[in-house]
Design a protein. Structure first.
Length: 230
């Protein structure tokens, strides 16, 4: 009679577990690899789609590139003795249009430009000559140069196109914005002049020079007229 082996059932169980576990492990590794491949493929497809979308967006809406010329030419250098005495900050709304009329909806171009600019006025002390200063009985008589606009310009950071409408069959007038900016500069200057910027600049210049000359030791200063200009 064959001797009973008590460990035999355990050996059989271990064998069965090995037979079951090995295919499961292989299947798990296989499906894991398939999953990783599929996920990676989807990610690569998404990355390619994003890249293509970015390239299309760059073609349709290109980012401007500004490349300044490395060569600089200085035409003139001269000293200035300008006394800035007042500054106006002005906003103007400019409407510029072209191709308007019965067929404006087809070939027209119209924009609304919001312009912000500054106008600076004062006197040019370089125009002051020795003949414009004289003393009599301890009094200093001064004839200052007449006030003038020293600078006026648009503030490009604050100025912008509020709206633009182009016809169905036109790409717009390329020079329309330039013309609107030029008109805006002139209108800003006109507004400051109409408001009396030169008169106030003259008053401010005399007030400043009065304090300066009194501090230099002159007991009394009188301004008379304006200096002759060449």
């Amino acid at each position: 009679m064959e001797k009973f082996r008590p460990w035999l059932p355990y050996l059989v169980i271990v064998g069965l577990l090995v037979i079951i576990a090995v295919p499961c492990i292989i299947a798990y590794q296989f499906f894991g690899a398939v999953r990783d491949f599929t996920t990676g493929g989807v990610n690569r497809v998404n990355e390619m789609a994003d890249s293509v979308g970015t390239q299309v967006a760059n073609v349709l809406h290109p980012t401007p590139t500004v490349i300044p010329d490395p060569i600089t030419i200085v035409h003139q250098v001269r000293s200035l003795a300008r006394l800035e005495t007042i500054q106006y900050s002005i906003e103007k709304i400019i409407t510029a249009e072209s191709g308007q009329g019965p067929f404006g909806f087809l070939f027209g171009d119209k924009l609304i430009f919001v312009a912000h600019g500054t106008v600076i006025a004062g006197v040019d002390l370089e125009k002051l000559s020795p003949d414009d200063l004289r003393t009599k009985d301890g009094v200093l008589y001064v004839r200052l140069p007449s006030a003038e606009v020293l600078n006026y310009s648009l503030d490009n950071e604050k100025s912008y196109i509020y709206n633009r409408d182009t016809g169905l069959f036109t790409r717009g007038n390329q020079n329309l914005e330039t013309e609107a900016r030029q008109a805006a500069e002139q209108e800003i200057l006109n507004a400051a002049l109409e408001d009396g910027i030169l008169k106030q600049a003259q008053v401010n210049a005399e007030s400043y020079m009065l304090r300066l000359l009194l501090n230099l030791g002159f007991p009394e200063v009188i301004f008379e007229g304006v200096a002759a200009t060449n």
